[in-house]
Write a protein that binds this ligand. Structure first.
Ligand SMILES: [Zn+2]
Ligand SMILES: [Zn+2]
Length: 262
């Protein structure tokens, strides 16, 4: 409240100054966007240290939006929260109650469509003032443009997941991975990228030992690790799965610990 009052006074002051000057730029007042001090449109990995360490941000809050018909599996979100508690140096971690957003009905989405959807639907942003890092998850009703991935990390605090691909990959049938398992792996894997895995330049999450599977991009070379490339690939996914969510292997954990994580 105090801040608002100060801002109001400030804007009145500026308006008064404007009256007496020419060429005044209106870029400073009367806009809630001014509260956004932390850029959320950087490359994935660039907020890795802010996720991992407790230095700048002591809390993490995650907003979840899903298109009608594609509500996230609750146990998978619990599993994601447990993953945060296990690996991040935060005093508190919370995943907000998921919010339904209108279905768009596209068969597939491009990365720029996903960014536009975030612009339209995201409500919570990081503010340095309250020491809370805020991340964003969106679950859409189609597939990704390349058709084959379960999820993508697309901004420094944002990841998107593809409901139609979940439906294709998992089911109640014999040998099919459950939704709980599929979504848990998928959410954890994309956040692994946001934490800078594997070897993402500028993330500060440097490889303590060389373990990058360079043929498959920013992934781990261990086929039983969460960050193995097949873990986000709809076609390969179930070939590497057991009954349980794959853990991060020792190399990936060491990388996170090297950048303030645990
Ligand atoms: Zn990946
Ligand atoms: Zn690994």
């Amino acid at each position: 409240m105090k801040l608002l009052t100060k801002k109001t006074v400030l804007s009145m002051l500026l308006m008064a100054i404007c009256v007496f000057s020419t060429g005044c730029l209106d870029n400073s007042t009367g806009n809630d966007d001014n509260e956004v001090l932390y850029s959320h449109v950087e490359s994935p990995g660039l907020s890795a240290n802010d996720f991992l360490s407790g230095e700048t941000f002591t809390s993490l809050e995650v907003e979840v939006d899903y298109m009608q018909g594609f509500a996230p599996n609750e146990e998978a979100l619990d599993s994601l929260e447990a993953f945060f508690k296990q690996r991040l140096n935060k005093q508190s971690v919370s995943i907000n109650e998921p919010t339904e957003i209108p279905a768009v009905g596209e068969a597939s989405y491009t990365a720029s469509q996903i960014r536009a959807l975030e612009e339209e639907n995201r409500d919570h942003y990081t503010s340095v003032e309250d020491s809370t890092l805020r991340a964003y998850i969106i679950i859409v009703d189609g597939q990704y443009e390349d058709g084959n991935v379960l999820g993508i990390a697309y901004y420094n605090t944002s990841s998107a997941f593809f409901g139609a691909t979940y439906e294709q990959v998992s089911g109640p049938g014999f040998g099919e991975p459950s939704r709980r398992l599929t979504e848990s792996i998928s959410y954890r894997h994309e956040f692994g990228h946001l934490f800078g895995l594997v070897n993402i330049p500028g993330s500060g999450t440097e490889m303590q030992t060389n373990h990058q599977d360079t043929e498959n991009g920013r992934h781990c070379d261990n086929d039983s690790c969460l960050m193995y490339y097949a873990m986000e690939n709809a076609g390969l996914f179930d070939q590497f799965l057991g009954e349980e969510i794959p853990a991060l292997d020792a190399n990936c954990v060491a990388d996170l610990q090297g950048n303030g994580g645990r």
